[in-house]
Design a protein around this ligand. Structure first.
Ligand SMILES: C[S@@+](CC[C@H](N)C(=O)[O-])C[C@H]1O[C@@H](n2cnc3c(N)ncnc32)[C@H](O)[C@@H]1O
Length: 268
């Protein structure tokens, strides 16, 4: 059986909220805007993780609206609830079996989640079920690492240190042909008005030599690297620093493009 992807534990969820926010935060703004939330509406943040999207979704629907954040990883939800105890209902459940009535939500946002579901089509069928008629959905998937120098550098470091096994979970997070995959899943789930675009944001990352190791600890591929020992960790991080050298400024920071595919659709 395929298991849910992007599972982190220990200090991972807390590190995720700090380090991934640097580049996932701006994409969350785009994803929430893409479902055109209105004050008073009910929104679901599907695979909410530590709640980047949920916090923005809550702001967008205002005090008269309601937001639910759902994730299969209860440790991620604990961080989400710490960061925003009153902004949402936090639900620990699987995307393909959601504990909600039919037609519960006006809109759903799923940022960097669908590629980790064991059965993305089943989860989108379930998303369609819990949407109201004409309800809107947005789902995003990172473009392949070749489009983002930061992810490319991390992938190069992982391959140098622990080979293909180490880089496999990173490639699963940002698959080749993710655009076609997203559209195929949405079509198979029976969604309507399907549209796809790419979103690229240049992110100013803090000094890379501190940022990159911290960000690695917030990922499943970082956990594999840690398990492979200190030598592997050093090989991977040095290789990644070398790759990023041409982009790094005098103060160690770097402005780097990140690219994601963004799909919008409706229940019809
Ligand atoms: C890369 S994180 C994205 C989190 C958040 N949406 C964000 O933008 O930061 C992927 C999330 O998908 C969740 N996930 C994976 N499989 C899932 C499933 N079957 N049902 C619900 N959530 C799942 C993971 O637990 C993880 O929190």
């Amino acid at each position: 059986m395929v298991e849910s992807g992007f599972q982190i534990d220990g200090g991972g969820p807390r590190a995720y909220d700090h380090s991934v926010a640097e580049f996932a935060g701006p994409f969350a703004d785009v994803a929430v805007s893409a479902v055109h939330p209105k004050p008073g509406e009910s929104l679901l943040d599907l695979a909410c993780g530590t709640g980047f999207v949920t916090r923005r979704a809550a702001y967008s629907v205002g005090a008269g609206g309601s937001v639910v954040g759902l994730d299969i990883n209860c440790a991620m939800l604990e961080v989400a609830a710490d960061e925003g105890p009153d902004i949402a209902d936090w639900v620990c459940a699987s995307a393909d079996d959601m504990p909600f009535d039919d037609c519960s939500f006006d809109a759903i946002v799923c940022q960097q989640g669908v590629q980790f579901f064991p059965d993305p089509v089943a989860a989108l069928v379930e998303a369609r079920r819990v949407l109201r008629p004409a309800g809107r959905i947005c789902a995003t998937v990172w473009a392949a690492p070749s489009f983002s120098p930061y992810f490319h550098a991390v992938a190069t470091g992982l391959i140098a240190a622990i080979g293909d096994v180490g880089v496999a979970p990173l490639y699963a997070a940002m698959p080749e042909g993710g655009d076609a995959l997203l559209v195929g899943w949405a079509e198979a789930a029976g969604l309507s008005d399907i549209a796809l675009r790419q979103v690229e944001v240049v992110i100013n990352l803090p000094p890379i030599r501190e940022f990159l190791p911290g960000q690695l600890t917030a990922t499943p591929w970082g956990a594999l690297l840690r398990a492979a020992g200190q030598h592997a960790w050093d090989v991977a991080t040095h290789k990644a620093f070398d790759e990023l050298k041409p982009h790094v400024r005098w103060d160690g920071s770097a402005g780097l493009p990140f690219r994601s595919w963004l799909l919008t659709a409706t229940r019809g």
